[in-house]
Design a protein around this ligand. Structure first.
Ligand SMILES: [Mn+2]
Length: 302
């Protein structure tokens, strides 16, 4: 049993960093289905992987569940971002049902056209000193690390999750002007290309807003806020809080209202084998007592 959408857009997962909320995303991916799934960049953080390899099992689970959706007929479009730019040369190629594109054009069920792109190309247009160059840098990683410690403390006290890094970021005035400039530039881009809107990621700030005739949608991220942009069957777009979505699924499953998912066949514990394993073995052939003894090797050398 899965929640159905027409399309799902996810960005900025940053697999390969300890900040990726891969457990939550894996849980989410197992409970949704759709016709179109767009991975809107920065899915795998190749920048970070170059420095420090961090790949817990949950990160593989995310990749596997994506491939599983592809095998079930979901059209997956992967638009690499700046952190997974190493995948950009593969644009136009399909791997395991996942099509790589630099940007895409998505038409909603109600006939609106959207430009789908990661959005990092507009960094330079937006600012001469791109504040978001920090994303992926040690500074941002440190902020996320503080955020994890902060939330571990809150969990102990029984308090809900609160993104410290997000509130710090949003208080920085420079960041605020950056975000609004970024949105403006992408809106202008959508208008210029004759589309009804733009769907992007990159700045880790989920948004769904209509400005004039143009819609600006940002998928957010799965390192802090865990958000996904979804399109319903009637073409209506909605910003989904992944943590809320997962929480309602968890309560349905624990209450027994829906059958709880089987454990992943790949991650489920391997059943123990009966030991000793009963494999029929041929009887060992023994030399007959009449056979002559082989001469010792030393005797041959003379
Ligand atoms: Mn990015």
């Amino acid at each position: 049993m899965r929640t159905r959408f027409r399309s799902i857009f996810i960005s900025d997962v940053h697999l390969g960093t300890s900040s990726a909320r891969a457990d939550e995303l894996a849980f989410f991916l197992k409970r949704v289905t759709c016709d179109h799934l767009y991975l809107v960049g920065d899915i795998i953080d190749m920048w970070w992987l170059r420095h420090r390899w961090k790949w817990p099992a949950s990160h593989s689970t995310v990749v596997r569940r994506l491939l599983k959706l592809a095998s079930k007929g979901v059209n997956i479009t992967y638009i690499p971002g700046n952190h997974d730019d190493a995948a950009r040369p593969y644009a136009g190629i399909e791997f395991g049902g996942v099509r790589v594109e630099l940007a895409a054009r998505h038409e909603t069920a109600d006939g609106r056209a959207f430009v789908v792109c990661h959005g990092d190309h507009y960094d330079l247009v937006v600012s001469t000193r791109p504040w978001l160059g920090m994303l992926g840098s040690a500074g941002y990683e440190a902020l996320l690390r503080v955020n994890r410690a902060w939330n571990a403390g809150r969990r102990v006290l029984g308090l809900p999750y609160h993104s410290l890094s997000r509130s710090v970021k949003m208080r920085v005035k420079q960041a605020c002007t950056y975000v609004s400039r970024y949105e403006e530039v992408l809106l202008a881009e959508a208008q210029r290309s004759g589309c009804d809107g733009v769907i992007c990621g990159h700045i880790h700030k989920a948004e769904l807003r209509r400005i004039g005739a143009i819609t600006y949608a940002n998928c957010g991220d799965w390192v802090e806020s865990c958000t996904a942009l979804v399109e319903h069957d009637d073409g209506r777009l909605e910003l989904l809080d992944g943590l809320d979505f997962n929480a309602s699924w968890r309560s349905l499953e624990t209450s027994g209202a829906v059958p709880s998912e089987d454990p992943d066949p790949w991650t489920a514990p391997i059943p123990s084998l009966p030991f000793p394993i009963a494999i029929p073995m041929p009887a060992p052939s023994r030399p007959s007592p009449s056979a002559p003894e082989r001469a010792p090797a030393a005797a041959c050398s003379s």
